[in-house]
Structures are given as C-alpha cells and as structure tokens.
Design a binder for this molecule. Sequence first.
Ligand SMILES: C[S@@+](CC[C@H](N)C(=O)[O-])C[C@H]1O[C@@H](n2cnc3c(N)ncnc32)[C@H](O)[C@@H]1O
Length: 250
Amino acid sequence: MSEADEPIHALLADLSQLPADGTLVDLGCGAGPTLTAVSRRHPRARLVGLDRSAAALSTARTRLTRHGRGVQLVQADLRRSLPLAGGCADAVVSYNVLECLTDPAELVREAVRLLKAEGTLVLAHVDFDSIMVAGPPADLDRRVCHAFTDDRQPWMDHANGRIGRALPGLVGAAGLTLQRTETLTTASTVLTGHPERRLADMRRALLGSAARGTTTVTAAEVTDWHAGVQAAARDGRFFFSETVVVAVGR
Ligand SMILES: C[S@@+](CC[C@H](N)C(=O)[O-])C[C@H]1O[C@@H](n2cnc3c(N)ncnc32)[C@H](O)[C@@H]1O
C-alpha cells in the first residue's frame, strides 16, 4: 500500500465535506498524499497545496498531473502570513504538520482566514505518544518511543509529538465550532507497509539525533530496540499501533 492509499487520507478527504467543484487547501501538503485522495473523490475540485519543501512539492506535482482541474502547489513558510486570499477555500486540511510549528495556533488562525463562511477545517495529527510496539524489552521500548515523541529533526522548527490530543482545543480557540472529533488507529501484527515505514523512520531519526547529541537515547539503544522489533516480527510476537486524532471545525 502506498502512502496515498493509507486510510487516513481518504478519511480527511471525506471529512472535508468539499463541494464537487469547491476549493481545498492543504497546509503542509508534503508529497501530496491527502491531495491525491481528494483528487480521487473530487476530480472537479480546485486543489491548493502549500509546503516549504521544493522536493516534496515536485513529487506532489507529478502525482497530481492527471487531476481534472486546477492544481496550485506553492512553496511557502507556514510560520508567515499565507500567500492566499481570505475566503478562498471551501475546506482547509492539515495533516502531521502542526507539531513542527512553534506557534500552531497562529497557523490555525490563518487557516480560518482562508475559509469561506460555511467552510470546513480538518486538522489531523498522529499523537506520537500513542505508539505501541511489542517486541523490544519494555523499559527500552518506553525510552525509545518517548524519545521519538520529543525528537526534533533538523527540518522541524519545533517538536510537540503530543499535539494530536491538543487539536480539538486549537479548533475551538480559533473561534470555530468543533463539529467532530475522530480517532483513527492503525494496528498491525506484521512488519510491512505503514508499521515498517514508521519504525524505520523512528530508527533513522533517533540515530541521527543520537549522533548530534540531541536525544535522550544512545545509538546502541536505538539499534537494540529495532533489532527487538525485527526479532518479534520473525517469531510472531510483533504488534504495532498508532492513533491519529482528527478535529473538524466549521
Ligand atoms: C510529516 S510531513 C507531512 C506532509 C503531508 N501532510 C503528509 O501527510 O504526508 C510535514 C510537512 O510539513 C512541512 N513543513 C514543516 N514546517 C513547515 C513550515 N514552517 N512551512 C511550510 N512547510 C512546513 C514539511 O516540509 C513537510 O512536508
């Protein structure tokens, strides 16, 4: 299953309540998995994606070449005023971005500025403290998972890995009515697809942070933890789950 096929992106597309020919803005669209899911459901929608990574925007552009209507992918820093007119969007979505921002409430206020009067805001984030892994020894696993929750990678301005649980409050604080709060839990007993990508990403991120001296775990601990994951996957003890929190405001 590719990243764009993961159920969260289809859920975000559905919760956006986008009119068939409406405009959807994705703040921190990355390589475009959510925009791709929206494109599949709404081929006549206007899609706008903002991100500061030129490489990610280039991948998103390739993924969306066959979209039936206008696609606007803009390189922008989400810490600044967004380069879009107020009231331009029927829906604004943002997935796994707010943890990187020192002032997430400011971006949520900007998102509200972009919305039309009856528009929908969909904020979603993995709450990284929700990650459960069976395999490595418990104490080591706790240390590594908590270190990942608090880890700030060089491409991030900030790290708040527990922001998932704060999303409903952020929607209310921006003056919208909180319409729905959902959670989506991914659970698996096999080390393929999303669990494999997430656990490899945790290993890679924490090894980098250990080398820079910016995390609480050592490279040896990270390596032992990942070996424990792989051993469990080989002998049938493996389990992985993580939970995304989704808050919908109108
Ligand atoms: C974890 S990725 C999520 C991307 C996408 N929403 C997805 O579901 O795959 C976080 C994204 O936020 C972007 N980002 C982080 N801080 C940013 C900032 N200050 N301005 C613009 N984009 C930013 C990164 O470039 C990256 O593409």
